[in-house]
Design a protein around this ligand. Sequence first.
Ligand code: AMP
Ligand code: MG
Length: 346
Amino acid sequence: MNDKLKNIIRVVLLIVILVLIYFSIKSQNTLLENKKISQGIFAMDTYMEIQAYGDTANEAISAAIKEIQRLDALLSTGSDESEVSVLNKNKTGRVSDDYAYLLQRSKGLWESTQGAFDITIYPVMRAWGFSDKDYRVPSDEEINNLLKNTDASKINFDEETNTVLIPENMEVDFGGIAKGYTSDKVAWILKEYKTESALINLGGNVWALGAKPDGSLWKVAIKNPYKKGEYIGVVSVKDKAVITSGGYERYFEKDGESYHHIINPENGKPAKGGLASVTIVSNDATLADGLSTALYVMGMDKAINYWKEYNQEFEAVLCDDLGMIYVTEGLEGYFSSDLEYKIVRK
Ligand code: AMP
Ligand code: MG
């Protein structure tokens, strides 16, 4: 056999091996795709769905659902027995690690957002009827009285004893951060069960765990705040939470005015910062949830300045009241849209 023939045989063999490797990976992915389990649950006032792939997906999802129910029971302001409600009533006591963690993160967010994120806004939310859906427009006097007792920095927390002290007339609601935290916990549980690929969707708060089973990025669509059922674009991610806040999510109308559920702690009224929706992309969903609410309150300029200061921790897609879309530069190449958008640079 001459050298030329040997070389041809070598090349052919190499090609055969590469083709075999390609098909073996492809069939493994197909196998994984076939092992998809998904389950829905109604909790925290919203429909949630977990899709997971792999041998342990079933057990992983069952454990995750239990965790969602446990956190719902702990954090719900709608139930008198929840830990949040009991603390709101008693003002002091030893708290669970979940409560302690959320309180500390919320206090941190209060500080970094200069009060735009404030878990003590709850009595004001209630005055607007957002807690029992008995909507009304409170008077300025009523709001100003309630605002005297809002300020998350005044809640005392003793790390050594896990004891909380809430000032008189102050009440806490983790509604602006709870779903993000819950999705972090769910992602953590799925990882414990060695799940490599999953999509956790807690009422639009999405945690994309790993990549898709075929190795490609998850595509998470961002709702169009102006057109129900339509989207302003898609972010392609892996191992990231994608969390959106917007006034379009929950609101009521009275005398031709629309009032939504994200309150500006400065005046106790639905925030009018010029934004229609804020999407945060981060590997910390607790942060992403808190920030989607806070940046919505801040409005475009302050939100962009905040990103410039903390861009190591998150990226954002901001849609303003005129329908213009702003995308922070870390998402360049990962955001696609048929609409016009601008990249925001540091
Ligand atoms: P999200 O949908 O994550 O933006 O959260 C909205 C929820 O957060 C509301 O339903 C309230 O429970 C709570 N909330 C409203 N305004 C604020 C605020 N300024 N800071 C913290 N939580 C808020
Ligand atoms: Mg939020």
